[in-house]
Design a protein around this ligand. Structure first.
Ligand SMILES: Cc1cc2nc3c(=O)[nH]c(=O)nc-3n(C[C@H](O)[C@H](O)[C@H](O)COP(=O)(O)OP(=O)(O)OC[C@H]3O[C@@H](n4cnc5c(N)ncnc54)[C@H](O)[C@@H]3O)c2cc1C
Ligand SMILES: NC(=O)c1ccc[n+]([C@@H]2O[C@H](COP(=O)([O-])OP(=O)(O)OC[C@H]3O[C@@H](n4cnc5c(N)ncnc54)[C@H](O)[C@@H]3O)[C@@H](O)[C@H]2O)c1
Length: 449
């Protein structure tokens, strides 16, 4: 006789991946519970993509208000009020949290507002000691900001705290050189902080095309953001009056009002009881899963950041959906990891899909590169000396566009549509056949010769 469990599916973590997996599994008829120890919505909604993007919009007004004068607007000297922006953003996050909760309720998913850990291959223990059983357990606990092992590291904050600051720091030091570092460098700089990015290596955003990231570096330096490369942290001291003194190897110490750790995010598996249940963990504690998100224990699956494959919300959502369709929908589905587009919401933003020039040169026999290096019309009239760069990477054998990389205003918005063409395997002549929309920035994509 088949064993009966309290639930068909127990999901740990109500973030991007967990919420999607729970609601789709329930819609397929499964009896589902989801445990969340903090707030429904997870990193992206509560302290990631969403509040970050709203701060980017808020910060960009600094340049927009300045540029407006060249377009005839009599803009008085404007005052910026951080608590107004912060509180409006936090209120929007709360609204979205409510919507996520409603979606789960509407789909008859039981939401348990507690921490949950695995206590057996079919058993979960809640923080209050309750034990529940489930035919399948899905781990969707996400990732957690890494803090380097440096004396005084606790004086810094992470992206978990950055959305709740009392004031915008006069001097901000940001450790890292990736997504979060470059996005928050832009936000703080626009909001008038003196910003220094400190990276232990010699390059920023290493997965993006070299020319495009060099352009971001040049524009950021011109704006006044400082960069220190190959500068390992030695210690952080807190002064009696509150400021920080940051000691770096081979550099003079720097004083700052805020230190933001943005040096990567590690899978959130510590203390979850996974190894005791026999689940195999890999590098950084990531749960090892197969193409169907199944771990080394057949009844335990994992999706999203906790598997450390691609730490992006749309990927976690797809993995959650594929899991639900495969396990409870009778429709085996796998996520296709080829040509995932991505963006950095820096000032200006970067976006890319497919192979960078360096990757294409390594993997393909012959490569053709087309670039357009231009100043957006709006920037010309505004007197803003900031050039955009668009780049097509083409396979010389068959003319397929295998990569698009761009930096410039609205690059992520423009790239999303162009990514369809790369995913579909369209060729450079097909780009050339497409009539431009004039005057736009996006038309450069079909005008490169
Ligand atoms: C500052 C920042 C900006 C970002 N910006 C973007 C962006 O612009 N675009 C993009 O695509 N991605 C962005 N990301 C990445 C994105 O947020 C993640 O890839 C995504 O949230 C991963 O989803 P997930 O479901 O795997 O985990 P999460 O969304 O992190 O959800 C995991 C949930 O599990 C809960 N949890 C953990 N352990 C337990 C437990 N034991 N019991 C109960 N609950 C538990 C956590 O509280 C959390 O709510 C950003 C991340 C950060 C930090
Ligand atoms: N726009 C987006 O889609 C977006 C935005 C934010 C975060 N995210 C996701 O979240 C993840 C985490 O973001 P992140 O910016 O923390 O990590 P990241 O992996 O993008 O960058 C980490 C950076 O920190 C540097 N570094 C590592 N250890 C260091 C140290 N001890 N001192 C100084 N520098 C050090 C690395 O060289 C690297 O440049 C990203 O990889 C991304 O997947 C996505």
């Amino acid at each position: 006789m088949a064993k009966t469990y309290d639930y068909d599916l127990f999901v740990i973590g109500a973030g991007s991946g967990g919420v999607r997996a729970a609601r789709v599994s329930a819609a397929h008829g499964a009896r589902v519970a989801i445990a969340e120890e903090f707030r429904v919505g997870g990193t992206c909604v509560i302290r990631g993509c969403v509040p970050k993007k709203l701060l980017i919009y808020g910060a960009h007004f600094a340049e927009d208000l300045q540029d407006a004068r060249r377009f005839g607007w009599d803009v008085p000297d404007c005052k910026f009020d951080w608590p107004v922006l912060r509180d409006n953003v936090l209120a929007e996050v709360e609204r979205l949290e409510g919507i996520y909760g409603e979606i789960l309720e509407r789909n008859e998913v039981e939401v348990i507002h507690q921490r949950a850990t695995v206590s057996g291959v079919n058993e979960v223990t809640l923080a209050d000691g309750t034990k529940v059983s489930a035919g399948t357990i899905l781990i969707a606990t996400g990732a957690w900001p890494m803090i380097p092992d440096v004396p005084g590291a606790e004086h810094g904050i992470t992206s978990n705290e950055v959305f709740n600051l009392d004031t915008i720091p006069k001097r901000a030091v940001i450790a890292g050189g990736g997504y979060i570092a470059n996005e928050f460098a832009g936000i703080f700089h626009q909001l008038k902080s003196d910003v220094t990015i400190v990276n232990r290596g010699d390059r920023i955003l290493r997965h993006y095309d070299e020319q495009v990231r060099d352009r971001l570096l040049q524009i950021s330096l011109t704006k006044g953001i400082k960069f220190l490369f190959n500068a390992p942290f030695e210690k952080i001291e807190k002064k009696a009056e509150g400021g920080l003194v940051i000691h770096l190897a081979g550099q003079d110490p720097i004083e700052a009002d805020l230190l933001l750790w943005a040096v990567g995010r590690v899978p959130r598996t510590p203390g979850l009881g996974l190894e005791e249940a026999g689940v195999k963990l890999g590098k950084n504690g990531a749960i090892e899963v197969d193409e169907d998100n199944q771990s080394s224990v057949p009844s335990i699956y994992a999706i999203g950041d906790v598997t450390d494959r691609v730490q992006l919300t749309p990927v976690a959502i797809r993995e959650g959906h594929a899991f639900a369709d495969t396990i409870f929908g009778g429709k085996p589905t796998r996520v296709d990891y080829e040509n995932i587009p991505s963006a950095v919401f820096s000032h200006p933003p970067i976006a890319g899909v497919g192979m960078t020039e360096a990757e294409a040169r390594e993997r393909l026999g012959s490569v053709k590169i087309y670039t357009s290096d231009f100043r957006a019309m709006k920037n010309v009239l505004a007197g803003r000396n900031e050039r955009a760069l668009y780049k097509l990477v083409v396979d010389g054998e068959n003319e397929k566009v295998v990569g698009i990389h761009m930096i410039g205003p609205d690059a992520p918005e423009i790239l999303q549509s162009a990514a369809i063409a790369v995913k579909a395997g369209l060729t450079k002549p097909q780009f050339d056949d497409t009539v431009a929309i004039h005057p736009t920035m996006a038309e450069e994509l079909v005008l490169m010769r």
